[in-house]
Design a binder for this molecule. Structure first.
Ligand SMILES: C[S@@+](CC[C@H](N)C(=O)[O-])C[C@H]1O[C@@H](n2cnc3c(N)ncnc32)[C@H](O)[C@@H]1O
Length: 290
């Protein structure tokens, strides 16, 4: 596996040049993801997770006309399709946007689900507790993850690695046999996972300096379910490096693109700290078994 990984690293570097940051697990490129992906060969990526700009005026985006936004998404999703291996997958996290005189909270999934050659396997609802307390409408408490496949007859799905251990009646039997899987239940298509919050006295422990950080718990579930040890995970809108951190934790390789240098810096600092702590705890563990 190591030779294969070195080979992939060499291909990536040959196509994209010197990375902004590199470690044994992967790369960060401070680049526009569309331009970057166009330089990659086809069928090199095992799994992509990304949370793109939602066209809602966050500090890292300029609002586009809805038609332009959809066309732009079409372009980069087509590139993800091209670089994905035949048995690979694409997990797209999206929220809501407004269209004047048309709708206040239009699910972006309605706009993007069928604009590519990917097969839509399932929509996952990500439900969380914190958020705006609305007065004139319902408080928003979910986003979506569209799980796309290149080939619906050949894909990775490691259900046992993401089973939910919180089973209400673990010992319930039918005809003398346990009703539930002893390692947990299927986590379903509704995932209750806390958002990364900010603010005095309410900031999540994992919070870094990025306005739209994806939680590690969500990423760990996605990465564990959709890729295998040593495989290559891509995040074209990498932000603060949450997908990179998850890939390292789950022993995958990673390739990330981020257009904003400040966010690249945030990600590098975060990843360096994470790898340092990972190695420290592995060393402590090996000492305690010596
Ligand atoms: C929703 S955030 C991603 C957050 C990320 N999941 C995290 O946990 O930090 C989207 C990111 O895409 C970046 N971005 C926007 N346009 C880009 C482009 N064309 N190429 C690469 N990155 C881009 C933004 O700077 C922003 O950091």
């Amino acid at each position: 596996m190591q030779a294969q990984q070195e080979n992939i690293k060499a291909i990536v570097k040959k196509c994209l040049g010197k990375p902004y940051y590199e470690n044994e697990y992967g790369f960060i490129y401070n680049m526009d993801c569309l331009a970057a992906m166009k330089k990659l060969p086809e069928k090199i990526i095992d799994q992509t997770f990304t949370s793109p700009p939602y066209n809602i005026g966050k500090e890292y985006e300029t609002i586009m006309k809805i038609k332009d936004y959809i066309n732009w998404c079409k372009e980069w999703i087509a590139e993800i399709y091209r670089v994905t291996k035949c048995n690979g997958s694409f997990w797209l996290n999206v929220g809501y946007l407004s269209i004047p005189n048309k709708g206040k909270a239009i699910p972006i999934s309605y706009l993007l689900w069928d604009i590519s050659e990917f097969y839509l396997q399932q929509e996952i609802v990500w439900n969380y507790g914190a958020g705006v307390a609305a007065k004139n409408f319902l408080s928003p408490r979910n986003e979506k993850i569209l799980w796309f496949l290149k080939d619906y007859q050949d894909y990775t799905f490691n259900l046992d690695d993401i089973r939910d251990k919180d089973v209400k009646y673990p010992n319930q039997k039918k005809h003398g046999k346990l009703r539930c899987n002893s390692i947990g239940k299927n986590p379903s298509d509704v995932w209750q996972i806390a958002k990364v919050t900010s603010g005095f006295h309410r900031s999540s422990i994992e919070r870094v300096k990025h306005p739209a950080q994806t939680p590690r718990d969500l990423l760990d579930r996605v990465v564990l379910a959709g890729s295998n040890l040593g495989e290559l995970v891509l995040d074209p809108f990498m932000g603060s490096g949450s997908t990179f951190e998850s890939a390292i934790a789950q022993e995958r390789m990673f390739l990330g693109f981020e257009i904003n240098t400040d966010y690249c810096e945030v990600a590098v600092e975060r990843i360096e700290k994470f790898v340092y702590n990972k190695k420290l705890s592995e060393a402590q563990l090996s000492l305690s078994f010596a």
